[in-house]
Design a protein around this ligand. Sequence first.
Ligand SMILES: [Zn+2]
Length: 355
Amino acid sequence: MERTNIQTNFENSKKKSSKKIDEKKPLLDTLAQLATTYVKPSPDVQKLNKLEQLPTNTRQTLARRAKAKYFTQSYTKQLAMLNSPLKKSYNNTYFGCSNVLFQEGKKITSNYCNNRWCVVCNRIRTAKLILGYKDELKKLPDLYFCTLTIPNVPANMLKKTIENMLKTFGIIIKTLNKRKKRAGDKNKLKGLRKIECTFNDVAITFHPHIHFLIEGYQNAVDFKNEWLKHYPDALPFLQNIKKADGEGTFIELFKYYTKIITNNVMYIEALDVIFRAMRGKRVYQPFGLKKCISEDIDAINAQITDLEEAEKIWMWEENDWVDYTGERLTNYVPDETMNELVNKNIKHIDIKIQQ
Ligand SMILES: [Zn+2]
């Protein structure tokens, strides 16, 4: 069953929001077009455009961060109210992840929570992982994108099941490498695996699955067959192998960590079950590669912006960072899709697991 994911929703709302911005200034656009067609803008207008363009770049980047922050706040607030062992960490995201931006001149510094449920941190993490693994993976000429699944499990069994899947994955690598060696093939398996989990809101079960990139079609097939030996209940047709298509596949693999949204709804208790089960586990694990990129991002990060120089503290308030005079940093305003999501589509369900 296909599940909606955070990225898709984000992309959708991004499309909508950018469309909205365009709709707001058709007059200006038309005027600009008319101006280029019929009249060359005066030097003053050109100068004005230049001056306006500079700050909008940083502000646009920060507006995307504001959107990620606004979205993350909506469900971490709810997660922090649960009686969960992750309560402290949820609070750390809600109160501590880029809540305050320190501006010194053109430099902006902020703190990050580094948690997996945080979209602000995941955007940075995704960029870091793509950058870190891209060249190494591009060296592998015959790459396949595979998915391994098992039947869904109830909340209580999720943690153990994920542990078992990851262990099994490691065992299969060893088995196949040994088999290759015996056959005189010195090349070890090369690739990268990722663990993911989605929630089925009809059956109230969890669906942990592994995506991985592996070099060589036969290796992918052998891997799948071994998996089915370890998990005889897994349905063969759900174990998928497809040719990787370079950049697109990397983005597919790295673009999101956790699916926050299931069928357009955020099920708070289900998310907590997934985050608890995933706690302390590596989401990404390379095998046979020289590189292993840390999934952690820097707790403190400084960026040089093109903002007007100032010494300021920007505090997060509702949906933007605001200075002491009330000036807003990004002018981010949640669009309808976002509002509906955070105001209507957060749901609580009755799932209980032992602490
Ligand atoms: Zn964060």
